[in-house]
Write a protein that binds this ligand. Structure first.
Ligand code: GLU
Length: 513
């Protein structure tokens, strides 16, 4: 029988979710949805020293913003819960005991100082089959002494007893079989009496097994742990339900040299986190894609293609299309360069294709931030403005720079454009243009344009100079969309007022006189 696809995203709430973690979550989600399977969100909070308040909420909020749906988790519930490891202590105790009883794990009493001394004494010391006999543990000490130590309440750990010289094979769907020799592994700590909690390795395996996880899709930084995980599955006798592994390549710095870090983002001015984050301990702020003005669909599309490709040159994919097309076979084994310019490009593409009404709604808060009284403008007006200028914007907030003159008169006029376009005869020409427009139907952009062009032709005027001077009075500089579309939207009265203000306020520069 085909096994039901069940995947998990298993972050540790030790800080904001890095964008690489978001990609891992996304690939898990795509894989689950494609196979009609389940997506689990498991909070791995067993390392109590590294927990950061707010990190778990941050993870939930980020996944929600991005539309990465969770079927089972702390918030969602589910029949395999609890989904937070700190609430599963009894299970880890039970399974640790099972390994001890089967002779696959043992108690160790070595203090940090003793371990340190051994490391100083023996070069490349590793706690394993060769050295465990010289250490203080339940394999080397007499049973009575072990009992006495346990009764005395000293701190102990449980270590995994690794048999040396065995080939351990990790079946990785992306990398093929990865084989290593067990002699290079140390007897990893699985449990610590100090905080009565398991380590990552034990908790991770027990939960993957109990939650019936079929595929473990995670970052390649976990590949070195995978042989140990395979051995743990075997030690428990769970080989038959061992998940298939997929270790995704790293996200690399934009120049491809090394792993992408928060510092790269700070240095080059792009976020490496999905949402803004204020570190409660250091007070340090990190910027996120959401607050930087990215659309979640654009971030998803961008991340999907960092490590996966459709096999052809298509680049724009909705979530539904990704669910259909994603495949592990088309994931890359090489690290993916984080090309944040491409991220901006994706955002631009999504902005361009967005419904103008929707975009207008998103633009409203930006308008308010710039002191625009929304009551003065209809939704239709804002929608038309957005439609006219969006091709020049990468982000919703960029729309303001492109469209500010639709909401306020120019307070100043570009010096450079004045020098280029404002001649001694310009004020008079603008007067004539104003009289012409007084009788024009400005609502009909085309008719209005024809009328003005006719006047320019008949009088043998320089079209560039006239139109640019006109633009200068209305916009404040020589930029913006089609002049007669601007005229139509602003309306005759406003255009005439701006022409008049321009004539009044634009001073002829000395060199043009
Ligand atoms: N808790 C680990 C992390 O923070 C999970 C690794 C895994 O997926 O096995 O990424």
């Amino acid at each position: 029988m085909e096994r039901r696809v069940r995947v998990r995203f298993a972050p540790s709430p030790t800080g904001p979710l890095h964008i690489g973690g978001v990609r891992t979550a996304l690939y898990n989600y795509l894989f689950a949805r494609q196979h009609g399977g389940d997506m689990i969100l498991r909070i791995e909070d067993t390392d109590s020293t590294r927990l950061v308040p707010g990190a778990e909420d941050y993870i939930n909020e980020a996944l929600q913003w991005l539309g990465i749906g969770i079927d089972e988790g702390v918030r969602e519930g589910g029949k395999y819960g609890p989904y937070k490891q700190s609430e599963r202590r009894d299970l880890y105790r039970k399974y640790t005991q099972q390994l001890i009883d089967a002779g696959r794990a043992y108690y160790a009493f070595d203090t940090p100082e003793e371990l340190e001394a051994k490391r100083a004494e023996i070069k490349n010391f590793q706690y394993d089959a060769r050295t465990r006999g010289m250490m203080r543990n339940s394999l080397s000490l007499p049973a009575e002494e072990v009992k006495a130590l346990m009764d005395s309440g000293v701190k102990w750990v449980v270590r995994f007893r690794i048999e040396p010289d065995q080939d351990v094979v990790v079946h990785d769907l992306l990398r093929g079989d990865v084989t290593i020799n067990s002699s290079i592994l140390d007897d990893k700590v699985l449990y610590k009496s100090a905080d009565d909690l398991p380590t990552y390795h034990l908790a991770n395996i027990v939960d993957d097994h109990l939650m019936e996880v079929s595929h473990v899709i995670r970052g390649e930084e976990w590949l070195p742990s995978a042989p140990l995980h395979v051995l743990l599955y075997q030690a428990f006798g769970w080989e038959d339900t061992m998940p298939a592994f997929v270790h995704l390549p790293l996200l690399l710095k934009p120049d491809g040299k090394g792993k992408l870090s928060k510092r790269d983002g700070d240095r080059l001015g792009f976020p490496v986190f999905p949402l803004d984050w204020n570190d409660p301990k250091s007070g340090e702020r990190s910027s996120g894609y959401r607050e930087a003005g990215y659309l979640p669909q654009a971030v998803i599309n961008f991340l999907a293609l960092l490590g996966w490709n459709p096999g052809d040159d298509r680049e724009i994919f909705s979530m539904d299309e990704l669910i259909k097309e994603f495949s592990i076979d088309h994931c890359s084994r090489k690290g993916a360069k984080f090309d944040f310019e491409k991220g901006k490009w994706f955002n631009h593409e999504y902005l361009m294709n967005m419904d103008n009404n929707e975009l207008a709604q998103m633009f409203k808060p930006v308008l308010e931030q710039h002191g625009v009284n929304l009551a003065d403008y209809s939704d239709e007006y804002i929608t038309e403005v957005v439609a006219l200028v969006k091709s020049r914007a990468n982000f919703v907030c960029d729309l303001w720079d492109q469209a500010n003159f639709f909401f306020e008169r120019p307070a100043t006029y570009s010096e450079k454009d004045i020098r280029k376009r404002w001649k001694p005869e310009t004020p008079e020409l603008m007067h004539q243009l104003a009289s012409l427009l007084e009788n024009a139907d400005t609502n009909d952009a085309q008719a209005c344009e024809e009328m003005v062009m006719d006047w320019i032709d008949k009088n043998g005027l320089h079209k560039g100079n006239v139109m640019n001077a006109f633009r200068l009075t209305v916009v404040g500089e020589c930029r913006g969309p089609h002049m007669f579309e601007i005229t139509r939207l602003l309306g005759r009265d406003e255009i005439l007022a701006r022409l008049e203000a321009g004539i009044e306020n634009i001073k002829l520069p000395a060199e043009n006189a």
